[in-house]
Write a protein that binds this ligand. Sequence first.
Ligand code: FMN
Ligand code: SF4
Ligand code: FES
Length: 535
Amino acid sequence: MEQVLGLLGAKPYQRDLLIEYLHRIQDYYHCISAQHMAALATLLRIPQAEVYEVASFYHHFDTVLDDEIPPPNLTVRVCDSLTCAMSGASALIDELQQAAGSAVRIQPVPCVGRCHAAPVAVVGERAVECADAQQIQKLISADEREALPITGMPGINAYREQGGYRLFDACHEGGHQVEDIIAALEQSNLRGLGGAGFPAGRKWRILRQQAAPRMLAVNIDEGEPGTFKDRYYLERDPHRFLEGMLIAVWAIEAEAIYIYLRDEYASIRVMLAQELQQLRQHYGVAIPDIQLRRGAGAYICGEESAMIESIEGKRGVPRLRPPYVAEVGLFSHPTLEHNMETLFWVRDIIEKGAEWFASQGANQRQGLRSFSVSGRVKQPGVYLAPAGITVQQLIDDYCGGMLAGHEFYGYFPGGASGGMLPASMKDIPLDFDTLQEYGCFIGSAAIIVFSQHDSARDLALNTMRFFAHESCGQCTPCRVGTVKACELMQQTHWDIPLLEELAQTMVDASICGLGQAAPNPLLCAMRYFPQEFEA
Ligand SMILES: Cc1cc2nc3c(=O)[nH]c(=O)nc-3n(C[C@H](O)[C@H](O)[C@H](O)COP(=O)(O)O)c2cc1C
Ligand code: SF4
Ligand code: FES
């Protein structure tokens, strides 16, 4: 109890801050003991089982019961998701595991959002791009485990000097009508960029029809393997997003803002905390309370209702809908939930005009998309390109072509969830609604390009392992289906009829998008890469 009180400080203690409290204990002691959990339960006046069920849900918490041995105090996480797997993650993990002494834990983990520089490792909180074992050993020996600060991005003053916050100030001072702003968003056809693509303007309108108090929740969980666009924009221009966020709050008259940031983005957490403080100092009571909440390594918390559960300090288990979060969301209040990038575009759309955004597409599509491109291309990275561009154009015109010695064999058009397609289908416009007929979707626009040196079968298995690891366990088709699919996919001979039946059950009967989308790469591998199964 004394140790927990020392970390939490004075009262009051809030139940919804349970995950923040668990982080403090984990950061300090590198694990969370049964005694710590008992103390937290006493302070929050909740059952110990409730603390344990939350602590044990999240991958970044190490619960240690009385008879268990605590983990070493340094963890090196090595990404083994798609792009890193193609770039030698498995050999790197083996090498590190052989060299690691008892004071270091080497942990394979899913995508950490830096796929352009695969393979990626994280030593404590220090991200290491294009990682090799020597580099990591050096950091371990020097005990360099802190996140590096973000430098070079415009702070609040520089952003203001470039005309930033003029739009929000004008909104706030009566220079714009809410109706005009919403109409502009509708005309621009801005769609939610977190994956589902729901029209942003329509969502704001729905929120305004709900009873006050209303809330705004910002989704920066960015867990979809292959996606790193939110990190890219935050590291370069955070106030453009924050201004969009304040305009949304003004438009829907929200009483509080919750920003949910994935735990892997430690440098951004420090930067955002500072920039939010500047914002509060500047605007005072003119803006609502802004809370920055820290995820704890659970992909499912990117799903909007699971994120809300997590902000409330619970396990990130998706809610059954209806009611939708726009009606009953955070703390039971109507909630506007947006991906960070959706808000990032609000200022530009209003200032440059809805037509500017809407007129940008290719192949009869509208708008711009931020593609996170990784894999076997010469210059992986985030590219802002017209919606409807094809993968071949992205590879040729933005990424400098394929890597030497690699021929284009196939691609994931929407991260791990969005399925995969062969190179022969390189001319499909990439956008919301254009990929469904092929059993795929664009999601967060994470394009992973693979070559003749890769196998669609192995990549599909990689994604299924990811879904099995990240399933929240609430429903059987997903919890059991992902594990059974992994077992079947590890066989030399795939039992295709059985896998198809299993996939159909997962699609039909899973509660949320994770289980429904999990079989996409598996189904695409069987459908589009039959040559890999003939032998
Ligand atoms: C399994 C799963 C994971 C998701 N992960 C994210 C995520 O990491 N970031 C995100 O913005 N949206 C994610 N989404 C989509 C959200 O549920 C939601 O649609 C989105 O945050 C709404 O914001 P938008 O309208 O601005 O896109 C995920 C959805 C599912 C089903
Ligand atoms: S589909 Fe999977 S992640 Fe979604 S609620 Fe069911 S078990 Fe949880
Ligand atoms: S950082 Fe490894 S796949 Fe994204």
